[in-house]
Every structure is written in C-alpha cells, then in structure tokens.
Design a protein around this ligand. Sequence first.
Ligand SMILES: NC(=O)c1ccc[n+]([C@@H]2O[C@H](COP(=O)([O-])OP(=O)(O)OC[C@H]3O[C@@H](n4cnc5c(N)ncnc54)[C@H](OP(=O)(O)O)[C@@H]3O)[C@@H](O)[C@H]2O)c1
Length: 221
Amino acid sequence: MIETGSPAAQTIGILGAGRVGTALARLALAAGYEVRMATSRAPSEIELLLKIITPGAVAATAEEVALGSDIVVLALPLFRYRTLRPDLLAGKVVVDVMNYWSPTDGRLEEFEGEEASSEVIQRFLPDARLVRSFNHMGYHEIEGEARAAGALDRRALAIAADDSIAHQAVADFIDRLGYDPVDAGPLRAARNFGAGTPIFGASLARDELVGLLGAASESAT
Ligand SMILES: NC(=O)c1ccc[n+]([C@@H]2O[C@H](COP(=O)([O-])OP(=O)(O)OC[C@H]3O[C@@H](n4cnc5c(N)ncnc54)[C@H](OP(=O)(O)O)[C@@H]3O)[C@@H](O)[C@H]2O)c1
C-alpha cells in the first residue's frame, strides 16, 4: 500500500489483458516492475497468452491483482466497469485508462453528461484513490513513444486526481515508464484531456501539454 514516505511502487496490477493492458504490461516489465494481470477469465485461461505476449507477467485473479499490487490499472472495456469489486480496490491507487466510446460500449446514460468518466468510476469505487491518465494515447504508441528522462522528444501524459499521494505515485510510475507526467488538476479536470479535446490522441511535449491544459481550464472557468 502506498503511503507518504513509503518506497516507490514495485508491483503493477492490470485488470484487462487486451490492447492497452498488454502494452502497459510490457513497458512496465521493461522498466523493472513486477506485473500481475487479470481478466474476467480464470488465470489458467490466460497464462499461455501472457507467456507469449507479455513474458514475465503473472496471470492472477482480480482479487490477487488488487490485493498484491501497489498500483492497479483499469484496462477493461468501460461498459464492464460494474464488474469491478469496490471492496477489493478500497484504499488502492487505481489508474483509470478507460474511455467511453458508445459505438463499442453501448449507450450508457451515466457517461453521457458533462462529467469526466473517471468521476463516475470514482463514485462506483468510492474508496479507491483514483487517478486518470494514459487514456489520451493509443495502445499502439504506448511502447514506441516511451523515452528516457531528458530526451528532447519525450512525450507528456496528463494526470488528474483528487488524492495527492496517489497522484505522486502515478506520476513516478509514468516517469519510470518513459513519459513526462503533467498535473492536470483534480479528477473533474480529466474532461480537459478526454475524447474530442485537442490533447486526445496528440503527441505533445511537456510545455505543449501544460499550455493546452491551462487554456482548457481557463475556458472552463
Ligand atoms: N485501444 C486503445 O488505443 C485505448 C487507448 C486508451 C484507452 N483505452 C481504453 O482502455 C480500455 C481497454 O481498451 P483495449 O483496447 O485494451 O480493450 P480490449 O483490447 O478489448 O481488452 C479488454 C480486456 O479487458 C478484459 N476484461 C473484460 N472484462 C474484465 C473484467 N471484469 N476484469 C478484468 N478484465 C476484463 C478482456 O478480457 P476478457 O473479456 O477475456 O475478460 C480483455 O483482456 C477501454 O476502456 C478503452 O476505452 C483504449
């Protein structure tokens, strides 16, 4: 469990072993993290898949992922969010990478309003320390665009969170994976880098991202 002054995260848990989950898993493994992954299937059903596409990642149950990881990444389709267990994620640092896309998720009224989808997820997981990030880049870019700290072409990723300790833990994770973390503000500010914004899908350096987030929060006030 991450608390002030505790050592950095060592184990990353990923719920979802699809396009985003496996790309993040490979990058985290390459950065030296231990990685546990779960889907809605039994671990034995994904062991071979993980061995081939994310060698080194351990197949686990959702319960093992939640309880045994310092940071848990939600990389499942958004329409399946109600299958998450709020009790297991209570107190955990949880990164929400899920986007609402009605052609694949179906129309979900709770995500049709002005709120960021992560605000809805936070209500469903009231005791999770929810952080929004990674959602504004494509799965196919996750590994190829990672760069060492200080590289001139290092891409920046926005982070929105209400919990400052969780925010810092995820900022450290992002930096270690190869991206510049940029504070976008509280969870509700995740709207500023959601689908349809200039940030969504754009490969931006830190200064560019800071500028666009600043402009978005000014126009929202
Ligand atoms: N694709 C992108 O470029 C991209 C970029 C940013 C964000 N996102 C968002 O990231 C999320 C995942 O996208 P994706 O493209 O990686 O999806 P995907 O390829 O369809 O993979 C989804 C994974 O989630 C698993 N899953 C389903 N229900 C689950 C549950 N209850 N617990 C744990 N795992 C579960 C699925 O396995 P089983 O069905 O076998 O359980 C599958 O392994 C989506 O919300 C998407 O909007 C996607």
